[in-house]
Write a protein that binds this ligand. Structure first.
Ligand code: MUC
Ligand code: MG
Length: 382
């Protein structure tokens, strides 16, 4: 039986910086541009794309755009050039062994290989993964303008556009009393029309979380993401036990399958934010999702605010995983002022829609990449 052979001929990692439509305020940084690394792989003459992004450089996690580009372009390229991309299980195992950690870099290459193989077969990435269980997924939006009135106005616009009816609020940068007042005002404004969740991005210690999570639950918040430090799984468990009305979601604390197992065995959360970047690619994401699902934890299709390429790769993957109890937040391209892809994504009816392939279903816009790339001076306008 002949089989597909796709020897990897070229691996490129290109850093780029794309401005956001407004400053995005998180507990640890305010972001007005997203740093992304586009990975382009050529295998058997077929080109596939992947993307890694960081939020505020190495501040959300340990990896920086410069580091990602160096890891992909040097160490992962050395390990993978000449290997058969079509042997995806072997390829992912080799990537995992080639360097320690560096999950964002590994994920971008994993996505690009999967995209190339799907394109070579003329099918969607989701079909390569066994086929989607849904062709659209619920789409949350993050209200993080830094101002309560502006957030309410932005939320009203999203509802009127029928784009989002789940809002995640970024808190933790201000006094907790002020954060709770901010969240309560927004929850009141959207009561009965939209859900409100919060993401503390590790900013609180356990006593602060113990004191203020009940107030958030009382204001109508149904889910609180990573209220305490990623390492503090024991505190997550105590907080979850003390706040049964609230789903505590693990994000920064759940990268590897072992992290997921630990959260399960310690009953440390009711929900898990998936992010291919955190999990090192397709195989890692599926492993974490399987553990979470087996333990009855709700899945959330998370984002690192990637542009169109990374967002599409995550979307194809998430559609194959079954029910996402908390929906997705794959809105990255909507927060960016421009795109590095030749086509957009369909965002409508409060959902993100799976495109037709092949692969992820779009192409890299070389002119835009030429304009936004940060590794050489700009030569032309987009
Ligand atoms: C995070 O921690 O979840 C996802 C959405 C958003 O606004 O920030 C990210 C990161
Ligand atoms: Mg988060």
């Amino acid at each position: 039986m002949p089989r597909l052979r796709l020897p990897i001929e070229r691996i490129e990692a290109i850093p780029a910086r794309v401005p956001t439509i407004r400053p995005h305020h998180l507990s640890f940084a305010t972001v007005d541009a997203m740093d992304v690394v586009i990975v382009r792989v050529t295998a058997g003459g077929v080109v596939g794309y992947g993307e890694a992004s960081t939020i505020g450089g190495p501040r959300w996690g340990e990896e920086s755009p410069e580091g990602i580009a160096a890891i992909v372009g040097t160490y992962l390229a050395e390990a993978m050039l000449g290997q058969d991309a079509a042997q995806l299980n072997l390829a992912e195992a080799r990537i995992a062994r080639a360097v320690r950690g560096n999950f964002f870099a590994k994920a971008a290459l994993s996505m690009a290989l999967h995209d190339a193989v799907a394109r070579a077969g003329g099918i969607r990435l989701a079909d390569l993964l066994g086929g989607p269980q849904a062709i659209h997924l619920p789409l949350a939006w993050t209200l993080a303008s830094g101002d309560t009135a502006r957030d309410i106005e932005e939320g009203e616009r999203m509802l009127a556009l029928r784009r989002h009816r789940d809002f995640k609020l970024k808190i933790g940068a201000h006094a907790p009393e002020d954060d709770v007042a901010h969240v309560a005002a927004i929850a009141r404004a959207f009561e009965g029309r939209a859900s409100v969740r919060v993401d503390v991005n590790q900013a609180w210690d356990e006593p602060t979380a113990a004191r203020f999570l009940p107030a958030l639950a009382g204001a109508g918040v149904a889910m609180a993401e990573q209220p305490v430090a990623a390492w503090n799984v024991a505190a997550m468990a105590r907080l979850q036990r003390a706040n049964p009305r609230l789903a505590i979601m693990g994000d920064e604390g759940i990268a590897t399958p072992q992290d997921a197992l630990r959260h399960v065995t310690e009953a440390a959360c009711h929900a898990v934010a998936l992010k291919p970047a955190k999990h090192g690619g397709v195989a890692g994401t599926r492993a974490v999702a399987a553990i979470a699902r087996s333990a009855g934890l709700g899945l959330y299709g998370g984002t690192m605010l990637e542009g169109t390429i990374g967002t599409l790769a995550a979307l194809h993957l998430y559609t194959t995983l079954g029910d996402h109890a908390w929906g997705t937040e794959l809105f990255g391209p909507l927060l960016l002022r421009d795109t590095l892809a030749t086509s957009g994504i369909e965002f409508r009816d409060f959902a993100i829609h799976l495109p037709e392939g092949p692969g992820i279903g779009t192409e890299l816009d070389e002119d835009k990449l030429g304009f936004f790339r940060t590794d050489r001076s700009r030569t032309s306008l987009p």
